[in-house]
Design a binder for this molecule. Sequence first.
Ligand SMILES: CC(=O)N[C@H]1[C@@H](OP(=O)(O)O)O[C@H](CO)[C@@H](O)[C@@H]1O
Length: 494
Amino acid sequence: MEEELRGRLERAGQPHLLRFWAELGPAQREALLEPEELAEHCRRAAQACARHQRPSPGKLEGRIQPLPPELVGGVGSGDPAALQRWEEEGLRQISQGKVAALLLAGGQGTRLGVAYPKGMFDVGLPSHKTLYQIQAERIRRVEQLASQKFGSPCLVPWYIMTSEFTLGPTEKFFRDHNYFHLDKSNVIMFEQRMLPAVTFDGKVILEEKGKIAMAPDGNGGLYRALVDHKILEDMQRRGVQFVHVYCVDNILVKMADPVFIGFCVSKGADCGAKVVEKAYPAEPVGLVCRVDGAFQVVEYSEIPAETAEKRSPDGRLAYRAGNICNHFFSLDFLWEVVEQFESQLTPHVAIKKVPYVDEEGRRVEPLEPNGIKLEKFVFDVFPFAKNFVAFEVLREEEFSPLKNADTATRDTPTTARRSILSQHYRWALKAGGRFVTGDGQPIPQKESFSQDEEPPAVCEISPLVSYFGEGLEKYMRGQNLPSPFLLDESKAEL
Ligand SMILES: CC(=O)N[C@H]1[C@@H](OP(=O)(O)O)O[C@H](CO)[C@@H](O)[C@@H]1O
């Protein structure tokens, strides 16, 4: 057995995997038993890495174009009637049970520096709600809005893609919180695959004596996971036709956003992306654009600096459609992707520091990158769409991602907390409320303030009370509100 395996591993260029064989238990041995598959993976990784490292100035030059402005719809269209129409259309689709939300939550939160899933993070709001809770409550509220408007009870199934790292803790967290009062049968968790990390010369990395270093296959691993777990069949059974796919870290995400859904459905789109105007050339957001005429996202790690810095005559960035990882897919398109296109997705290379065991079996934390991880990206299916649309939204209303720990200046717990509190402060003023100090003195109002500024008063509104600022007048108009002010469902007597 060992001899046969040794032969196969040698032919696959991976004999080092047997170095500690004598010390391994049966389960660990079992995990090393697919040499041919490993070899194929290593070959692809080394090839992808060579492509990645080949100096390629001009690889995109002459092929990349910004999105044509006439193809970008959005909240800034200056047409409130259109926004209302789209919202109504979206709510209609939701009320008929045709819309699902799908969360990409398999990431490890390395940059944030926590050992648990990002969705469990508490950014320090007065309520101490976590990202998962905020999202669950937005789903409940949007279901309520749709069913009130169209008089039919409805629900938005919530699919959550996790990974080996996040499935266990996410399941437990939801159980411990009673699924945030969602019906458990409508919260569907499934797991994406993992892939081995590989050295630059194409050898699988051993993280422990009997354990290969593995990493999730990127958020584009979604498409294989949909097949592995028969998720599209599940959607079909439930009558879902449209799916809002988003990533876990944006605290302002509008779950199953009726405006976006309505826009995409009205345009007959099979695939759509929400974008914000990029704030500065090197901002780490993907660029929604066209390459060789096809709609595509060029990820921030792959945008040449000269493209990112190009300006249009009006001084704005020429390439400014920033991807906020909020996508629309029709179910028909997802079927096409999994049946015809998934195998054509080219993996991207991430060069990482991967802990390993050295020849003596001692664990080493490398100081320099030593390994390749291959990832697929969720947006790499855009070029296959027949009718792609982009929808531009306002950053301060819809995009504030939690990527880094508070030692960074951007995209941190502090900036996430501040952006949601600023939004709720603006909603309160718009609904006619005013904030006062403990001794009743008015707190001077501010209509606009920069993203680095704390709002003049602390106001948090539960998503169960308001999804996007609606329906607040009855609690706020003409009211003196203390700071901090927390409007939750008990105060609102829902
Ligand atoms: C593969 C992928 O989806 N990358 C997305 C995603 O980046 P991450 O750094 O992987 O979180 O979210 C960004 C928005 O927060 C978006 O701009 C980018 O294109």
